[in-house]
Design a binder for this molecule. Structure first.
Ligand SMILES: Nc1ncnc2c1ncn2[C@@H]1O[C@H](COP(=O)(O)OP(=O)(O)OP(=O)(O)O)[C@@H](O)[C@H]1O
Ligand SMILES: Cc1ncc(COP(=O)(O)O)c(N)n1
Length: 490
């Protein structure tokens, strides 16, 4: 089997589920989850949700055929998955199309009854579905469906079901993926059965209500994988492993109050997720707003800040930067690639070289009065970032150092606007540095690196990143606000 395009082109021929859990909606998500290009032809419109089916509308079969031909006249179909057909006329029309255009992989999920117990196949359509089975490469019945396909009752035990699957495989010359989701017990076994071999696939039964659309999702995943896998067993194993994860992640979606859908994209949590920095920024909106009203910030902007208070701030800032530099060096040490390593190493050096020099120059002009120890606020901030550096992962360290770039650049930009004309402004040299494009670029780069780090970690580490970021922001605000508290003791 070959695939000429960059992705396998897989077609779902199935019914709809407007809540997105089953039918073509589930199939398209399964295709995407397996890197395939998905297409869909609708057999029946189904008004259903996680509680059940309310109504079914089956369009004229001539229109069904028009859809099928519109696809196959134009697109090479590498695999097709057939789900709900609903009526005998639809099943026969799909069979006629298959006889005319036979994709190299044909998977048939003989949908008869929904998880909710609602019928999805007319009683007189069972023979037509049996005829479709003979045209399929793989058929994926659950236990009751297998019984119906053979004209027998539902198997009472797994061993009976496997025997039935073998009879069907032999009679219809088809491979059977027998699904054990309806069995009682702790396991949810499946088996790939053909005329000569039975391969059992064990899976732990997930205790969940999120099993709506599992059969659709599994058969679609197998159809998407088979053109790129050497045999059915390999494709089914891979699909089944993915499905078990999707079932386990289903409840967290919070979709519906009945039998919920599975999370088809559980293995790609970063896909479509908000960047870390967006979440982090929202989380500190109140702190950012509070900054604008701090007497220090207002005084710095309008120049009314007493010079001694400004110098006190500079002195504490120099003490802070000397330690913060070590934390940046730790980020450089832990960095996953050379680009991030260089960024943080340069940041560490810049703290010592440029900013400390700037502080020293200004403070030297003021004499040597400002040589006291780190204040409580400075010590608290330093202790926090050093603790993260000592015990946290790269991602957490990057989150902890980010506010010193980002919050500073953010507040600085507003101070700059409020300060207006800097000529004659007592802190013009200092306030002017906030507008430095290099500092804004460094802040944006630090955000990008935090977002990249967040994409590589799980939910628990991302939560720790957020906590480290918020704590640093709190210390930033306290750092600005400490000047007032320090002033009387001078
Ligand atoms: N609770 C569960 N935990 C793990 N796997 C499950 C669970 N329920 C079903 N499965 C698996 O989901 C797949 C579909 O199984 P099932 O027997 O329910 O088919 P189905 O009835 O056709 O599905 P559907 O519910 O979509 O109609 C099988 O691989 C089965 O083992
Ligand atoms: C369009 C369509 N196809 C198949 C199913 C079966 O899925 P489930 O048994 O999980 O409800 C369904 N409910 N709707």
């Amino acid at each position: 089997m070959s695939c000429a395009g960059s992705r396998v082109r897989v077609l779902s021929v199935a019914g709809t589920d407007p809540t997105g859990g089953a039918g073509i909606h589930a199939d398209l998500k399964s295709f995407a989850a397996h890197g395939a290009y998905g297409m869909a032809v609708v057999t029946a419109l189904v008004a259903q949700n996680t509680h059940g089916v309310r109504a079914v509308h089956v369009p004229d079969v001539a229109f069904l055929r028009a859809q099928l031909d519109a696809v196959s006249d134009d697109v090479t179909v590498d695999a097709v998955k057939i789900g709900m057909v609903g009526t005998r006329a639809v099943a026969d029309e799909v069979a006629a199309w298959l006889a005319h255009t036979r994709p190299p992989v044909v998977v048939l999920d003989p949908v008869m009854v929904a998880t909710s117990g609602d019928r999805l196949l007319d009683a007189d359509a069972q023979d037509a579905v049996r005829r479709l089975v003979a045209q399929a490469d793989l058929v994926t019945p659950n236990l009751p469906e297998l019984g119906v396909l053979l004209g027998e009752g539902t198997a009472a035990t797994w061993a009976d079901a496997v025997r039935q699957a073998r009879r069907l495989a032999t009679a219809a010359d088809v491979t059977v993926l027998l699904k054990g989701g309806h069995l009682p017990g702790d396991a949810s076994p499946d088996a790939v059965v053909d005329a000569t071999t039975v391969t059992e696939l064990d899976a732990v039964r997930v205790s969940t209500t999120s099993t709506h659309g599992t059969g659709c999702s599994l058969s679609a995943a197998v159809a998407a994988l088979r053109p790129r896998r050497p045999d059915w067993v390999t494709a089914v194993r891979e699909a089944k492993e993915w499905l078990t994860g999707a079932i386990a992640a289903g409840e967290a979606l919070g979709v519906g109050s009945g039998r919920g859908p599975v999370d088809h994209l559980h293995h790609a949590p970063a896909l479509g997720a908000r960047p870390f920095s967006a979440d982090a920024w929202d989380r500190v909106a109140d702190l950012r707003a509070a900054c604008d009203d701090l007497p220090f910030v207002r005084g710095l902007a309008d120049g009314s800040l007493p010079v001694e208070e400004f110098e006190q701030y500079l002195h504490q800032d120099a003490l802070y930067l000397a330690q913060y530099s070590r934390v940046l060096a730790r980020a450089s040490q832990l960095a996953p690639d050379g680009v991030a390593q260089v960024f943080f190493a340069q940041g560490a050096a810049r703290c010592l070289d440029v900013e400390t020099l700037l502080h020293a120059e200004r403070l030297a002009r003021a004499g040597t009065r400002w040589s006291g120890p780190a204040s409580a606020a400075t010590t608290a901030y330093v202790d926090h970032v050093l603790a993260v550096a000592a015990t946290g992962s790269y991602a957490e360290v990057v989150a902890a150092v980010l506010p010193c770039y980002w919050l500073y650049a953010d507040i600085g930009a507003r101070i700059l606007v409020r300060a207006g004309d800097l000529a004659g402004h007592p802190y013009g040299d200092w306030v002017g540095t906030y507008g430095d494009p290099a500092f804004a670029a460094a802040s944006a780069r630090a955000c990008d690196l935090a977002d990249a780090a967040a994409r590589e970690v799980g939910a628990a580490t991302r939560a720790r990143m957020l906590a480290a970021f918020v704590t640093s922001c709190r210390h930033e605000v306290a750092f600005f606000d400490q000047v007032r508290a320090l002033a009387p003791s001078r």
